[in-house]
Write a protein that binds this ligand. Structure first.
Ligand SMILES: Nc1nc2c(ncn2[C@@H]2O[C@H](COP(=O)(O)OP(=O)(O)OP(=O)(O)O)[C@@H](O)[C@H]2O)c(=O)[nH]1
Ligand SMILES: [Mg+2]
Length: 575
């Protein structure tokens, strides 16, 4: 399927040309028919003899409906630039052309329309003038076809030229999305949304969410050009029958995505390219509208390391959006200034919900740069921000190399200074460390430091490296019902605690690994009883008495593995 959007000044013949190519008149609104003017997007397609589908999005040319034009041109493969051979290149031809260029459209065909009304010499002049406009642009090599809706051979020639354009295959990404451009309800079917499926495929039965509102639903049916499908591929126009959401709760500009894959943000760091022939520079003053996907958002603008952007130049900026949106770095958009009613710049998203203050910001899109600015992220956060699935440094955390080096040095320093204090308990309890240090501690090589029973040791000081006292085995064997400590020498017990073999929980001694075992028992119980468990449930599962069950549970509370709620223990943040 090739997705083609029309472009061009009002009345230049876009809708007529799409009708000639497909047999469908897309001006379906009553007002459109009456005024002979396109107001909203039109959709039509034709299927060639070899099965090739040309899918057209017909846009309005009138400046008042530019918002609708912008909603239609995201994610297209090519454009059909329409120029009335009598009128030539007009202001909306230029604006549409700029928008397509700024959005990164690479291919197109130019139609010189209404050629039946001109002499051959006039047509030749018209062609020369258009060629001049296209020089050194993405359309400089595009075919220019002289057309008339009254001359079928010219329409066939145009179709052949469109088919001859080879566009690059779509880049497949990890997260599917549809910028919604139409929403309606069909009797007996329910809510239907339409748009261009981008980045990845979608399948019937999938749970979906509509952002930014967060409504949840399911895909009941998928249609593409009147065919019902099980799975739709990126780059196709789709109609999605959504179960579970009223059409009143969905608007153009919303995005249909899979749940838990996107982050909403109303602050974006971006790169802006100012149009070359603006009569003024772009500054923070003025009212701006951002057009991204099918959405229109009011934004305020702050430039990064610049006072203004001169026409034809590029600068970075921070945009504060009036409503949050779900976008990804590298998404392209258009910026218009409402006061002057003109398109001023194209942009590309670099960072979502940036962490650095405006005065310190230096946004760039690359995963390493995002990580360097943040120090560490968990893999899910990186995925929500970028769609990139990265390999974690440890557990589910990714460190920047600077942060990892610094954190390891800090932990190592703690280990060394602590091991010189012979009276202290040896090793460091990882639970007591801030998260980033605890995670960094897990990346030590065995010759640097080792973790045993939740504590970090210099290798030579690890309990396993020491001769175990026979008493320790007795505690290990007894597990949740340890021997009475009064039977043993106090000094010996204290030494075994210092060396990390035993734990002292309020005067009751357990073998060190007992807490890990208690953790496992509790986890198992909480899986069966997610609402919480009582002390006696734990006591029974651990086959011990209340005297031992209580200190073990309290130690688990202290480590964040469980939390108290009334008489119950519920899942804690570190279970
Ligand atoms: N003689 C002649 N008239 C044409 C041709 N193509 C379009 N027209 C006429 O030009 C007028 C405008 O055509 P549309 O197709 O509505 O133009 P448009 O570009 O879609 O206009 P907007 O959508 O409002 O921007 C209509 O009256 C058409 O009949 C052509 O090839 N020859
Ligand atoms: Mg039209």
């Amino acid at each position: 399927m090739t997705l083609i959007a029309t472009a061009g000044h009002v009345d230049h013949g876009k809708t007529s040309l799409v009708e000639a190519l497909t047999g469908t008149n897309t001006d379906r609104l009553e007002e459109e028919k009456r005024r002979g003017l396109t107001i909203d997007l039109g959709f039509a397609h034709s299927t060639g003899s070899a099965g090739e589908v040309l899918s057209f999005i017909d846009v309005p040319g009138h400046i008042r409906f530019l918002r609708n034009m912008l909603a239609g041109v995201g994610g297209i493969d090519m454009c059909l630039l329409v120029v009335d051979a009598r009128e030539g290149w007009m202001p909306q031809t230029q604006e549409h052309f700029d928008i397509l260029r700024l959005l990164g459209v690479q291919h197109g065909v130019v139609a010189l329309t209404k050629c039946d009304l001109l002499s051959e010499a006039e047509r030749e002049d018209a062609r020369l003038l258009v060629e001049m406009q296209l020089e050194d642009t993405f359309l400089s090599d595009a075919p220019i076809v002289e057309t008339s809706i009254h001359d079928e051979s010219s329409i066939e020639l145009l179709r052949q030229k469109i088919l001859s354009i080879v566009h690059a295959p779509r880049q497949i990404k990890s997260r599917p999305r549809i910028w919604i451009d139409r929403v309606f309800s069909l009797t007996g079917v329910g809510t239907v949304v339409t748009g261009t499926l981008l980045d990845a495929s979608l399948t019937v039965g999938a749970d979906i969410t509509i952002l930014p509102a967060g409504h949840k639903g399911r895909i009941r049916q998928l249609h593409s050009h009147n065919h019902e499908l099980e799975t739709s591929e990126p780059g196709s126009r789709v109609a999605v029958n959504v179960h579970g959401i009223s059409h009143n709760d969905i608007n153009r500009g919303d995005v249909l995505v899979l749940p838990e894959q996107w982050m909403l943000s109303n602050t974006l760091d971006v790169e802006l390219h100012a149009l070359p022939y603006l009569a003024h520079s772009i500054t923070r003053r003025g009212h701006f509208l951002m057009y991204i996907g099918s959405d229109e958002v009011e934004v305020s603008l702050r430039l990064i390391q610049a006072e203004s952007i001169a026409p034809g130049t590029t600068a970075k900026a921070r945009l504060y959006l009036q409503h949050p949106i779900a976008v990804a770095p590298q998404d392209k958009f258009i910026l218009r200034e409402t006061g002057r009613d003109e398109t001023v710049a194209g942009g590309i998203v670099l960072d979502i919900d940036p962490v650095l203050r405006l005065t310190k910001a230096d946004p760039q899109y690359d995963v390493q740069h995002l990580l360097d600015e943040r120090g560490m992220m968990n893999t899910n956060e990186l995925f929500l921000r970028t769609g990139v699935q990265a390999t974690p440094t440890v557990d589910d955390v990714i460190f920047s190399s600077a942060m990892l080096t610094a954190a390891k040095a800090e932990v190592f320093h703690m280990l060394n200074s602590q091991s010189s204090l012979a009276s202290e308990l040896q090793g460091i309890d990882l639970v007591g460390l801030p998260d980033h240090l605890a995670q960094a501690a897990r990346t030590f090589r065995p010759e640097e430091a080792v973790i045993e029973n939740g504590r970090l040791y210099l290798p030579e000081l690890a309990p396993s490296q020491k001769q175990t006292h026979p008493l320790v085995q007795e505690f290990i064997d007894a597990l949740f019902t340890p021997p009475d400590p009064n039977a043993f020498d106090r000094a010996l017990l204290r030494r075994l605690v210092q060396e990390g073999h035993l734990l002292n929980l309020d005067g009751i001694f357990f073998a060190s690994h007992t807490l890990d075992r208690a953790h496992a028992v509790v986890k198992d119980l909480l899986t069966q009883h997610p609402d919480g468990i009582t002390t006696s449930a734990f006591r029974e599962a651990a086959n011990t008495t209340r005297k031992y069950a209580v200190p073990l549970l309290e130690a688990l509370d202290a480590r964040g593995i469980t939390r108290r709620r009334g008489d119950l223990r519920i899942t804690g943040p570190r279970l």
